[in-house]
Ligand binder design. Structure first.
Ligand code: BG6
Length: 514
């Protein structure tokens, strides 16, 4: 069993995090899917593990007809089904008394007056000094209404030493293009200070994603090789086995480029490609990530077809069952050309990454759920063991597995036992689960704690959201102006269309088998 206590002599590093502060978490959309599956289980796990301050409470606000008791039951069911830790009957009474509910419509100003009153009462009951976190788990069209009503009701405190804190968490999507993202950001800025705004990208809260920084900057052996001199290319894959599920209403208007690449995958890319930051300060880290986005090379019309592939899943076979094609899913238009798969070859125009291709891909209805970042190093010179170019040596690959089996592996060539001198590729593996024993906290757990502690490092700043859209809009524009409405199909349960294989194979490289 791994000993994580501070007595373990090998445990090192700076814990820069502040402690989470007493507060009320107010969830707009408190009766929705995200709240039930992710937010309430996250709060529960952290409370159970003693990570939350003793004085905290939750208030869900939504249209569904419920009272506090119904809400506690709603939370219990969600936690029983989706929590990392099983529900602890002995602890439950202490937890559930902290859950509250207010029913109402977000555009009704009276509801905000009632909200203020409820929050004051809860503050008194739990000894909370007026600190509030507003979590917007709502469709983007409602952001403006909620944000301006929160402000008009006098619920936003100034940012100073003496006032209690007010923070707002905004879920993606932040806009559907640059212009709409700017509108959302302008609405937020009109009502909140940038320091109070936490734009969440849950990929940044995943344990292995944070480990990218620990690995790069907590070890001496990687950073000297981390550049175009030694790295041949990088692959980032986020594959999902699920289809669109019940989210067609949102997804059919979004597609994989907006849903996964604009945020999650570009954020992963920034962590891999950023220069070493000189401090863990939130803005220093975010400046460094931002610099990567500033250097993304726009994809020109001339290069477009060899750099960007989109596709949609057709009918197929998965996990032993026939599954319908995307256009047959509930809520999807029969003529939809929305992409459920995207592969892109991109470049980062700076000194470190000049000419190193980054191949990124994401898709729904892939054969399995698997997300990985792979750094492939250059081949050794074609002499000695690599003299036979008919059978070249496999290059070294450092693969960071983000999910489901969190860990990292390094592929190296080693001598095959026997009289002959032959080289065989083997993997040096590290798996979180087998080394540390415990399940890692879910991304939302970590991120909610960070907001309670006032640490915005793992959240997206306004400039990063907008720069990502600049790069994405260029692709969207080319798609929108293309004369063809045709979109390639791949069978559900496969690794995407042939066009995506061609995208990488014309460079004499291959997608990794996951
Ligand atoms: C969400 C996307 O942001 O991330 C979904 O909207 C996607 O379409 C999900 O399924 C993937 O998250 P995870 O953590 O399950 O990889």
């Amino acid at each position: 069993m791994f000993n994580a206590s501070s007595e373990n002599p090998l445990l090192a590093g700076t814990n820069t995090a502040n402690d989470p502060q007493p507060c009320i978490l107010v969830i707009f959309g408190g009766g929705g899917d995200l709240t039930r599956r992710k937010l309430l289980p996250a709060v529960y796990n952290q409370a159970l593990e003693g990570e939350l301050p003793a004085n905290f409470a939750v208030l869900g606000l939504a249209l569904e007809e419920m009272n506090d008791d119904d809400y506690r039951e709603f939370a219990r069911k969600g936690i029983e089904k989706h929590s990392r830790q099983p529900l602890d009957q002995a602890y439950w009474p202490d937890f559930e008394k902290r859950l509250h509910y207010l029913q109402g419509s977000f555009d009704d100003p009276d509801i905000y007056a009632q909200l203020k009153q409820r929050l004051d009462e809860i503050d008194k009951t739990f000894g909370i000094p007026g600190n509030r976190i507003f979590y917007l788990a709502i469709p983007p069209g409602l952001i403006e209404t909620c944000v301006s009503n929160i402000n008009h009701a006098g619920l936003v405190m100034p940012v100073d030493e003496t006032s209690p804190f007010t923070r707002i968490i905004v879920e993606k999507p932040i806009g559907k293009d640059l212009e709409s993202a700017r509108d959302v950001n302008a609405t937020l800025s009109k009502n909140f200070d940038e320091q109070q705004i936490y734009r969440i990208d849950h990929y940044l809260g995943k344990e292995t994603v944070q480990n990218i920084l620990a690995m790069r900057f907590g070890n001496a052996i990687f950073e000297p090789l981390w550049n175009s001199r030694y790295i041949d290319h990088v692959q980032i894959t986020v594959a999902e086995s699920e289809g669109v599920g019940t989210r067609a209403g949102y997804y059919d208007g979004a597609g994989a480029l907006r849903d996964m690449i604009q945020n999650h995958i570009l954020q992963l890319l920034t962590l891999i490609a950023m220069e070493p930051p000189w401090s863990m300060d939130a803005d220093v880290m975010r400046d460094h990530r931002q610099n990567v986005l500033n250097c993304l090379s726009p994809i020109s019309r001339k290069d477009f077809n060899s750099h960007v592939v989109r596709a949609q899943y057709g009918p197929g076979f998965q996990h032993g069952e026939d599954v319908p094609g995307y256009r047959r899913e509930t809520g999807v238009s029969q003529h939809s050309t929305t992409e459920t798969y995207v592969a892109i070859k991109l470049f980062i125009d700076n000194w470190r990454w000049s000419s190193v291709p980054f191949y990124i891909r994401t898709g729904k209805r892939m054969p399995k759920r698997a997300s990985e970042i792979a750094i492939q190093f250059k081949s050794v010179p074609p002499i000695l063991f690599n003299a036979n170019q008919e059978k070249p040596l496999e290059p070294n690959v450092l693969a960071l597995s983000i999910q489901p089996n969190e860990g990292l592996s390094l592929r190296i060539g080693t001598k095959l036992p026997g009289n002959k001198l032959r080289i065989y590729p083997v993997k040096m593996d590290f798996l979180y689960g087998s080394t540390f024993g415990e399940q890692s906290p879910e991304a939302y757990e970590r991120l909610l704690l960070d907001v309670m502690a006032g640490d915005a490092t793992l959240f997206m700043r306004r400039d990063s959201v907008e720069s990502s859209w600049v790069w994405i809009d260029n692709i969207l524009d080319i798609w929108a102006n293309s004369s063809s409405r045709w979109i390639p199909e791949y069978n559900a349960g496969t690794w995407g269309p042939l066009e995506a294989d061609r995208l990488i194979e014309t460079d004499n490289r291959k997608w990794r088998l996951l």
